[in-house]
Write a protein of this length. Structure first.
Length: 473
């Protein structure tokens, strides 16, 4: 049961609350790929170094572990802000539904705690523990990172397909089944699509750093190895992600047909629906601009041109995204698919050269594209979340509670002021993050700028642990 609201009844607090949540989530998600996937990529490099007795690989793993620790510290800050915003901005949702889906946030909190301990042990263990012991102590890190993703995706997938409860006469959830609330119909597709996206993105981001170095003339083994392992991880997962993306889109078609209609800007329910590449949905249901491909939307949805695709007008206007929101979701979805298609081509280029010649591509254009692939992957992740959240409007709990019903009663002016303060804080936080990374990079490059080779083994001192006498950087 939920209150029926017209578009005119939307509280004035809704816009600033949604804007603040969107900004903080979009900022936080920039860090998430490294938080989820960098531990595994680092351990792959670490294991390679131990297996081959390769000092360059160990040096790379050592440095990546330092960057991983800094990223985790910043991610905890931005993630904590998001957690507080759930309670401050959406008290109506937590007040009614917290007992049903709150377990996901509890799992995420425990995962954050465990990851902090494990990163500290792993970082401190360089050259202080036996190599095998140190490596084994790092092995739980990727699993704990996946556990954190499990918690937040369990909560989000429940918001998209709420299950595991019944409603009493007052519309409040009772008889909660945590198992059903966690493992909702959208959990599996959404979780694996998200996790693989993190591996793809992190791999391309890390490889992009070394691709840029290659373009600037740094073509030593340090840069080749630093590029090859993360790029290979990303290239292997890229086609997997494309298949998972198709699977989750099909699940949305079956489980959230109105959201699918927004993603594809389908106005009226019908068969033989055309696919629009971009394009803007007008209030009258027509589409301005874009490229129209007849019948393709029905074929993609059900593998047949006579597949019936539900349109936005199948539900009242108050129960569906507005034309502007549908256009935003559609643009985001098409951009995500477009970037994914380009990454498939990049991975194919890499695979063909490797299979034919057993070496890295030599073309500068390959490394130019690879240097941009990390940024493009982050954009694709952002577009995925925009599609998920905007396409679900006006529901914060799909078909059970609207965003307008959950929003805080705090005055809109106070929320705008809070939003401005959050922007200032985030500029400082991310600015500090960038400064720390640049200082680390400068310290690591000192041997190169002095004209000598890079250090043969990982540094004796950890960046944030005990230091030798006289060391201040």
């Amino acid at each position: 049961m939920h209150t029926v609201l017209s578009l005119a009844d939307v509280p004035p607090q809704t816009l600033p609350a949604r804007s603040m949540m969107a900004f903080t989530l979009a900022s936080h998600i920039i860090l998430v790929p490294l938080g989820v996937a960098l531990p595994l990529i680092t351990l792959i490099m670490h294991g390679y170094g131990l297996r081959r007795n390769d000092e360059t690989a160990l040096l790379l793993a050592r440095r990546w572990s330092a960057a991983m620790a800094v990223q985790f510290a910043i991610g905890v800050v931005t993630g904590t802000v998001l957690s507080f915003e759930f309670g401050l901005l959406w008290p109506g949702m937590l007040g009614r539904w917290g007992d049903v889906f709150g377990i996901g946030f509890g799992v995420e909190a425990w995962a954050f705690f465990l990851e902090a301990v494990l990163i500290a042990v792993y970082l401190y263990g360089w050259r202080r523990l036996p190599s095998r012991t140190h490596f084994l102590l790092g092995l739980p890190l990727p699993f704990v990172a996946l556990l954190g993703a499990f918690g937040i995706l369990a909560a989000n997938s429940w918001m998209n397909t709420p299950r595991g409860f019944t409603l009493d006469a007052a519309g409040n959830p009772v008889d909660v089944s945590l198992w059903k609330a966690v493992f909702t119909p959208m959990f599996g597709p959404q979780y694996w699509h998200f996790v693989v996206a993190m591996f793809v993105t992190a791999g391309y981001v890390v490889a992009g750093v070394y691709a840029t170095g290659w373009l600037r003339g740094r073509r030593d083994r340090y840069h080749r190895l630093g590029f090859t392992i993360p790029f290979t991880v990303a290239a292997v997962f890229t086609p997997v992600q494309f298949v998972l993306g198709d699977s989750i889109a099909r699940q949305v078609f079956h489980k959230q047909p109105v959201k699918f209609a927004a993603m594809e800007i389908v106005w009226k329910t019908d068969t033989h629906q055309a696919e629009y590449l971009y394009g803007r949905l007008r209030p009258d249901g027509s589409v301005a601009g874009g490229i129209r491909i007849p019948q393709l939307d029905s074929i993609l949805a059900g593998f047949r041109p006579d597949t019936k695709v539900t349109g936005l007008t199948s539900v009242p206007a108050a129960d569906r995204p507005t034309p502007a929101e549908a256009t935003i979701a559609h643009f985001a979805f098409d951009t995500m698919v477009f970037i994914g298609s380009l990454l498939i081509l990049l991975a194919l280029w890499y695979a063909l050269v490797w299979l034919r010649r057993r070496r890295l591509p030599a073309s500068p254009w390959f490394y130019r594209v690879a240097a941009c692939a990390g940024v493009a992957s982050v954009v694709a992740v952002e577009c995925g979340w925009i599609t998920t959240e905007v396409g679900r409007q006006p529901w914060i709990v799909y078909q059970n509670m609207r965003v307008a019903e959950a929003v805080t009663s705090t005055r809109a002016g106070a929320l705008w002021l809070m939003f401005a303060l959050v922007i200032v804080v985030y500029v400082f936080v991310f600015g500090s993050f960038l400064v720390v990374l640049l200082k680390m990079r400068s310290r690591w490059r000192k041997p190169d700028t002095a004209g000598g080779p890079p250090p043969p083994t990982p540094e004796t001192d950890t960046p944030y642990g005990p230091r030798s006498a006289g060391r201040f950087l």
